[in-house]
Design a protein around this ligand. Structure first.
Ligand code: FES
Length: 82
């Protein structure tokens, strides 16, 4: 199990246009289902400068691009459950 981690999602306009709203919902659901809401500092940030590769997020400084409904679960499982 993890220590406290920081999970930042870009809320910039380009990432918004590419569907970050759905990703936010999926992340919240994942954190709740795994009782991680209090252990993960999940926040929105503005533009990481990877706009053409969004939606983008960072987990403890590690950057992920091209986030979608298919790959988010695998990324969160790797980062928070293993
Ligand atoms: S708008 Fe998300 S990285 Fe720029």
């Amino acid at each position: 199990m993890i220590e406290s981690k920081e999970l930042l999602i870009c809320l910039g306009s380009s990432c918004f246009a590419r569907g970050n709203k759905e990703i936010v919902q999926l992340i919240r659901k994942f954190l709740e289902e795994h009782e991680l809401s209090r252990k993960v500092d999940f926040r929105g940030k503005h533009c990481f400068g990877h706009c053409e590769k969004g939606p983008s997020l960072r987990i403890n400084g590690k950057h992920y691009d091209h986030i979608n409904a298919e790959n988010i679960h695998e990324i969160l499982t790797r980062e928070f459950l293993r």
